[in-house]
Ligand binder design. Sequence first.
Ligand SMILES: [Zn+2]
Length: 254
Amino acid sequence: MKLRHAALVIVDISGYTQFIRQRNLSLLHAEEIISQLLESVIDKAEYPLILNKLEGDAAFLYALWDGNHAQAAQDILQQVLAFFPAFRHKAAELSHDTSYCDCDACTHISRLKLKAFLHHGEVVLKKIRQFEELAGDNVILIHRLLKNGVEANEYLLMTESFSTLTDDIPEFKKESRAEEYDGEEPIKVDVFYPPTFVTPLEVKPSASRKVSMFGAQIQRLFTRTFGASRTDDFKHIPNEKVGFFAYFKEMMGF
Ligand SMILES: [Zn+2]
């Protein structure tokens, strides 16, 4: 067990919660879409930023800091800023690729938005077999910030201690605020709102594209039914089996 100084990053996808209760939401499609979007973001993360774990619709990443904190913070910020266009690009691509499906998950991709949270501080680093486990008050604090009073659904939130290490972000609107959690000292944060993005017009897939999409569906069906290993596109998302009939029914739209 070691005490280390680390930058902590959480990326969180919001937008499906309100549909979960509706019958027509395809959970399989929702899960696939969330996985691919999270993956598009995680793919942009480079050393020293490391994926620690996936937490439902969110991912927790960290970077150990030894030298100059300001320089390290600026590097992490640049990486996280690149997550936003990567996410939007993937969301637009998925909207296009799933336009053959009219389930609520596939038709509401444009409502999915990315939130990023940044903090830094001392953490306890535990190594259990090949897994690194992060613990301590700072890990609790960044997770607590996921629930906050910010009304927007797309933003980058930094604790004041992270924000003071970085420059302002051009084009992002900044708001300084304090988040209160019962009985605790308010946490000072800076929230940065990205400029509004115009979603490209959705295009209907061509006939040949529909054929290749159908092929992809069949391939996914086999992967999920027999637990075959995922292709490179999905390599770090855990594999799980889904009943053949559940998937078949869904594919056929019953
Ligand atoms: Zn769908």
